[in-house]
Ligand binder design. Structure first.
Ligand SMILES: [Zn+2]
Length: 481
């Protein structure tokens, strides 16, 4: 669709969603709209969103921690509200339909599934899905596969995301169900171990590997060293973390050693609060097409993280998300805390030709809303995700872990930043340490107190690569403030 038509579709979708779903059925947003003096009819398009306040993770945490308000973000319809807010054509069949129609509404709006946020510094936020939303999750999954270009009926997918009530595993699983492609979920390292994942991979000979960058890279490298044969892979889809250029190169090297020399490595972006994920289309390693989003399912605004002012196309700023489809737990103007460098563009994708909004692939943290990804080290505010990128990008680094602690374990003592590294055997350690310190100084303005060289097994053990749902890249041992 041309951009102008898409924008109109999005404006109409948003207006309808606010009028017929969000305002009537969400106790929280009814209060928000009333307090802001905004009537649901006032929202005629995306531009009108700016009249409403943002929603933060703290708002969700506050509501969910109080039994009186814990369902305030869930859409809960009632016959009175349907009568008052739905147009005749939508409510008439329902009002005349008797028990069967009531059952349809019950199924469409009653949650039967949840996922949690995975923040390390705060309580998890629960997002509920109804049968309607699970259908939507499948549809989104099919769209993701379409963007990734996974169309071959002979596709075999190995899903190595950890079994957990987290979006990543379920989004991939529902994509497989919806498209009818063969998918095997191993549950990742914690469930089957590295050797178990490798055995399954050698047996199934998957064409597509899916998982977190940390575990997929670890599994491929181990496989290459053990002489495993995996010559079927043509695509790797990574989620739940940022993927750097250097890591892509290290992964493709391992894949070539396993017998799969031509592999597309793509990233995805998703978050619990969106209840969906967004893909990159296939490109060469050194190109980033951006995450392709679905303008008929939700609205991304880009705002100045300081002032909250809405920014224009292509401007760097924080991503703010509003769904325009879906039931269960829904948010409006949710501040993701992710700053997209280069913002969002509506220009047709130069790689796949789709005209959909595309989010710049380079994301940074704007705030510590979601996790401990912004933290003070030695008095300097550090974006840990930038630090993670710097470390995983270096070709000499096999594995790494960062430990934050107090000097001599004295709670009032100075912060110590310890970087644990397992380096490739041929690495000149002194030269590497100098380069590492320079890169960190340049990127985050902090130099480690100690660079500790360890064996790979020691670092893997400390990370919990086979014992944790997700490896512990950052270990904060400092007493909580
Ligand atoms: Zn594209």
């Amino acid at each position: 669709m041309p951009k102008a038509d898409l924008r109109r579709l999005q404006d109409d979708g948003l207006a309808r969603y606010v009028r017929e779903e969000l305002y009537p059925f969400s106790a929280h947003y009814r209060r928000v709209f009333d307090a802001a003096g905004v009537k649901p009819e006032d929202v005629r398009g995306v531009a009108d969103l700016a009249r409403l306040p943002f929603t933060t993770k703290q708002d969700l945490l506050a509501a969910q921690s109080d039994p009186a308000t814990k369902r305030d973000f869930v859409l809960i319809p009632s016959p009175e509200k349907i009568r008052a807010h739905w147009p005749l054509g939508r409510k008439l069949p329902l009002l005349l339909g008797g028990a069967e129609a009531r059952e349809r509404v019950r199924r469409a709006y009653t949650p039967n599934f949840v996922t949690f946020t995975t923040g390390r510094s705060s309580d998890p936020v629960v997002f509920s899905y109804t049968p309607y939303d699970l259908q939507l999750l499948g549809e989104i999954g099919a769209r993701m596969w379409d963007v990734h270009g996974i169309t071959d009926p002979a596709t075999r997918i190995l899903n190595m995301f950890p079994f957990a009530p987290h979006l990543a595993f379920w989004q991939a699983t529902f994509a497989g169900f919806e498209t009818g492609q063969l998918m095997l979920g191993t549950g990742g390292g914690k469930v089957m171990g590295t050797a178990g994942n490798l055995r399954v991979a050698e047996r199934v000979q998957p064409t597509v590997l899916i998982g977190t960058p940390g575990f997929v890279y670890h599994m491929l490298r181990e496989g290459a060293e053990r002489g495993a044969k995996l010559s079927s892979v043509n695509m790797v889809i990574l989620g739940a973390e940022k993927v750097t250029q250097g890591l892509k190169e290290k992964m493709s090297e391992a894949l070539a050693a396993l017998g799969s020399p031509k592999v597309v490595i793509s990233g995805t972006y998703g978050f619990t609060e969106a209840r969906m994920a967004f893909s990159e289309c296939p490109t060469p390693y050194d190109k980033t097409p951006g995450y392709h989003v679905y303008p008929d399912k939700g609205v991304f605004e880009v705002v100045d993280p300081e002032s909250g002012r809405v920014l224009g196309e292509g401007e760097t700023g924080e991503l703010v998300y509003t769904p325009i489809d879906g039931h269960g737990t829904v948010v409006c103007r949710y501040r993701t805390g992710d700053v997209a460098v280069g913002g969002i563009t509506w220009e047709p994708c130069p790689w796949c030709g789709r005209t959909v909004p595309r989010i710049g692939t380079e994301l940074r943290r704007a705030s510590d809303q979601r996790s401990m990804s912004l933290t003070k080290i030695k008095g300097t505010l550090v974006d840990l995700s930038t630090m993670a990128s710097i470390l995983s990008d270096l070709p000499e680094v096999e594995e790494w872990q960062v430990v934050l602690q107090k000097k001599n374990d004295d709670p009032h003592g100075l912060d110590e930043l310890v970087v644990r590294i397992s380096a490739r055997p041929e690495t000149d350690r002194a030269a590497f340490e100098k380069k590492l310190r320079e890169n960190l100084m340049l990127g985050i303005e902090v130099s480690p107190s100690v660079v500790e060289f360890m064996t790979r097994d020691q670092v893997l053990e400390a990370l919990g690569m086979e014992t944790e749902l997700k490896e512990k890249r950052f270990l904060d041992r400092r007493p909580k403030a």
